[in-house]
Design a protein. Structure first.
Length: 158
């Protein structure tokens, strides 16, 4: 390639990358997105057998609060599809009744999740809940406005 063609290409690239003085700048996306665990999970036992746990997660790119359930392997082996879990994200009482669409899946699926936008309720206070055989548990109630823990977790023995 000739030198003047390379110089022209570099100039065009610089013009596209470097904004002119006085122009507005677009919002910058984070360099990498991640899903992080929030607070402590709510663990569940039924008839002295460990069933699993529900934890709250936050996705930094989509701004979703996620209720994530994980079955205990021993429960899955013993029940092999005969039980199901319903998982959802619930807002604090201060925000009134607001929750994600519940997700119900059998114990043959290791991980089960439900999600909602972190700003779908005011204040931004959420917890992850799960119900198996009328037995419910929840993890930490987290306040996204200040990073505080308001309640929980609530381990359950049914």
């Amino acid at each position: 390639m000739r030198l003047h063609v390379i110089a022209a290409a570099l100039a065009a690239t610089a013009a596209a990358v470097v904004p002119a003085a006085g122009t507005a700048h677009a919002a910058v996306q984070p360099a990498s997105c991640s899903t992080i665990d929030i607070g402590d999970p709510g663990q569940m036992w039924i008839s002295n057998q460990y069933v699993g746990e529900v934890e709250q997660q936050y996705d930094s790119c989509t701004h979703l609060v996620i209720a994530h359930w994980q079955w205990a392997g021993s429960w899955q082996q013993a029940h092999n599809g005969s039980t199901s879990v319903t998982v959802y994200v619930q807002a604090s009482q201060a925000a009134g009744f607001k929750q994600s669409v519940p997700t119900t899946k059998p114990d043959t699926q290791k991980d089960v999740s439900a999600a909602i936008d972190v700003h779908a309720a005011t204040p931004d206070q959420w917890l992850a809940e799960a119900v198996v055989n009328f037995c419910g548990t929840h993890g930490t109630l987290h306040d996204y406005s200040n990073g505080g823990t308001l309640d929980g977790p609530h381990p359950t023995h049914c």
